[in-house]
Design a protein around this ligand. Structure first.
Ligand code: FAD
Length: 375
């Protein structure tokens, strides 16, 4: 049962994006209610490896890099803040990421990246000193020191618990069916009935399409399915993530290695395929041959919410005041969650927001108005 029939801000979707938005709104002393159809952080968010890849995913001259980097830096303060408030540890693991280079072309592509203070070039010998079992086939690796990682489902739950402790209402197993503009407010219809809200934020990942259509927008989010496996690493002292060609091996605290991930366009099924699993194992063996001796734990898949240009939609509906979208974070939703939460809270509170970000992520941008993001 709902505790109230009116809230200031309703957030629809309890993945990491909706949870971070609820947290930042609650911090701004907004009366917030968060609605999640299943359990907090249980869909695309729980499928993610959790890499905070500001440097591995974006080029530093793209406006989205500055957004990604600021979001990455927010995690540093959030880690202590949320741990203290909630008692939850989302395991921000240091060690950074080794982005392998197999050819001189790959090395050259990273020339501008290599100028940044958080990035260092390692020769093959230097890289192998960090991870002795790396393949001999590399010519070297970029060491992205600050592209650390977190455990996504715990991060999402830390945000929602943090919001709850600051007075937000969190409703799991509560589906939102429709959002109706009634001029001075929105009527939100849910599993248990309906309530009103002054403002609404749609943060429903790939399922945001439904609300775009319902509010008269043509925006589309396409699922890009990613398949992963976990293996038990009781053999190697691995602290760095290893990355090449959008495939990776990420060490978690409990000796698990997260190995991913495929890219299957427009596949709405949330189960992994044999072909996909075969592919992630093949790519993992190319990076770290000795992984083939490790014990199998499990496999899973998740849907990355992909927009036409690879950048998220974050902003207000072009015609309906007080209706916001924050969706389409594609392969970087964990990285971009704090930045998105803070940006939406600032937009709603009327605080200043970087105008380049507002322009880059606005809902009604045109395909030609922005540079093309990574697929
Ligand atoms: C294999 C894989 C690996 C990834 N690795 C990384 C990584 O290393 N780093 C990184 O930054 N990102 C990574 N990502 C991307 C990241 O997982 C996503 O960008 C992020 O989880 C998107 O978060 P979200 O909250 O928008 O979506 P979701 O987590 O899908 O949350 C949306 C929520 O909305 C709910 N919902 C939908 N409709 C309704 C409704 N009508 N009413 C109520 N609730 C509703 C859903 O149940 C869902 O829980 C990866 C993704 C995959 C698949």
């Amino acid at each position: 049962m709902l505790k109230t029939n009116h809230t200031e801000v309703a957030v629809i979707g309890g993945g990491i994006i909706g949870s971070a938005i609820a947290y930042y709104l609650a911090k701004d002393k907004r009366k917030v209610a968060l609605f999640e159809e299943r359990k907090i952080g249980s869909r695309s968010t729980s499928a993610a490896a959790g890499m905070l890849g500001a440097h591995s995913e974006y080029k530093e001259f793209q406006h989205v890099y500055s957004f990604a980097r600021s979001s990455q830096l927010l995690y540093k303060e959030l880690y202590h803040e949320l741990k203290e408030q909630t008692g939850m540890d989302f395991e921000m693991k240091k060690g950074g990421l080794l982005q392998l280079a197999f050819t001189s072309e790959e090395r050259e592509e990273r020339n501008s990246l290599m100028q940044l203070p958080a990035v260092e070039w390692l020769t093959r010998e230097e890289a192998k000193r960090k991870v002795p079992h790396l393949t001999d086939q590399i010519i070297g690796a970029s060491f992205l020191k600050e592209d650390v990682h977190v455990t996504p489902a715990i991060a999402s739950n830390s945000f929602s618990k943090g919001a709850l402790l600051l007075g937000a209402e969190i409703y799991e197993f509560t589906k939102v069916f429709s959002v109706v503009n009634e001029y001075s407010h929105y009527k939100v219809n849910i599993t248990q009935g309906s309530f009103t809200a002054d403002q609404v934020v749609i943060a429903s990942g790939v399922w945001s399409n439904y609300f775009f259509q319902q509010t008269g927008l043509m925006n589309a989010i396409i699922p890009v399915k990613g398949e992963c496996i976990a293996v038990l690493n009781d053999q190697l002292p691995l602290v760095h993530s290893i990355f090449h060609d959008q495939h990776y091996i990420v060490p978690r605290n409990n000796n698990e290695l997260i190995v991913g991930a495929t890219k299957r366009w427009d596949d709405w099924n949330e189960e992994p395929t044999l072909e996909g699993i075969e592919m992630v194992i093949k790519k993992a063996k190319e990076m770290l041959p000795s992984i083939q001796g490790m014990r199998w734990l499990r496999s899973w898949a998740g849907l990355r919410p992909q927009t036409f240009d690879g950048f998220p939609f974050i902003g207000e509906h072009p015609e309906q005041k007080g209706l916001y979208f924050a969706a389409g974070h594609q392969r970087n939703g964990i990285l971009l969650a704090p930045g998105t939460g803070k940006m939406i809270a600032n937009l709603i509170s009327g605080n200043p927001v970087n105008s380049e970000w507002v322009e880059a992520f606005k809902i009604d941008r045109l395909p030609s108005a922005v540079s093309i993001g990574r697929g």
